[in-house]
Ligand binder design. Structure first.
Ligand SMILES: [Zn+2]
Ligand SMILES: [Zn+2]
Length: 126
């Protein structure tokens, strides 16, 4: 089923794609207003929710309860060093096959997955 996006949804999706980072709904609302693409806050929330259900926007909820939105990026994972903050991209997706298996076994359409590794890089190791 192909969903018809509203103009505000298109506007927000395009904005998130150029932004290349996560943003809260409140900040997104302020950024759009600064860019003279003003949308009501309720419209921003509704559009984000619709885009999330479509699988083109992903949301991450922080421990503080705040939700951060970003456009779904290509399948890419990182090793993040907790000491220097360096993020090393991994060439291949380690769970690509698993995703295919899960989709098949559960008749579930997977939109995206997240996978992050944290630790200490070789330069930080004593
Ligand atoms: Zn490091
Ligand atoms: Zn992956």
């Amino acid at each position: 089923m192909k969903l018809q996006r509203t103009r505000s949804q298109e506007k927000i999706l395009a904005f998130l794609k150029t932004l290349q980072r996560e943003i809260s709904a409140q900040d997104l609302y302020l950024e759009l207003r600064a860019a003279k693409k003003s949308l009501g806050l309720a419209t921003v929330y509704r559009a984000l929710e619709a885009l999330k259900l479509e699988g083109v926007v992903q949301v991450r909820t922080l421990a503080s309860g705040e939700s951060l939105y970003s456009s779904v990026q290509e399948d890419r994972h990182h090793l993040t060093c907790l000491h220097c903050g360096d993020s090393i991209p991994i060439e291949e997706c380690p769970v690509h096959d698993l995703e295919q298996q899960l989709q098949k076994a559960h008749q579930f359409k997977v939109y995206y997955h997240t996978l992050e590794f944290f630790g200490m890089c070789d330069r930080c190791q004593p």
